[in-house]
Design a protein. Sequence first.
Length: 128
Amino acid sequence: MKIDKDLLKRFKLFGSGMTLGIVLLIFFFNGKKSSCNWFPNARALEYIRNKNITYSPELNTQLQNKLTDSLDIAKLLLEGNIDFSKSKQRQKPCQKYWIDGVAKSKKVTLHIKICDSVAFLSKLDFRE
């Protein structure tokens, strides 16, 4: 089986370009916290996590009564599922999000209102 010299030359050129590209990517992104969130749920959760988070008095009461804790809330903000049918992400001046997930082995919904640079966690509903 004879391989065409032009084809072999193209593979070498392609391989060297790909290797150079990978080395450059590793050099530029080394040590940086860069990520690509392709899906709407992941992008919205990252958008919420990048805001200054404040708790409502009702949620503070739940935290003090040990109905939930801040780790459960952080897990919801990392792994929760946003219910886009109930959320109002284009509402002005404040956007509203509903995040469904599990906390303390119970299904919960976290209600969030985002105004400017603040994410206001208004309440946490426990469901059956």
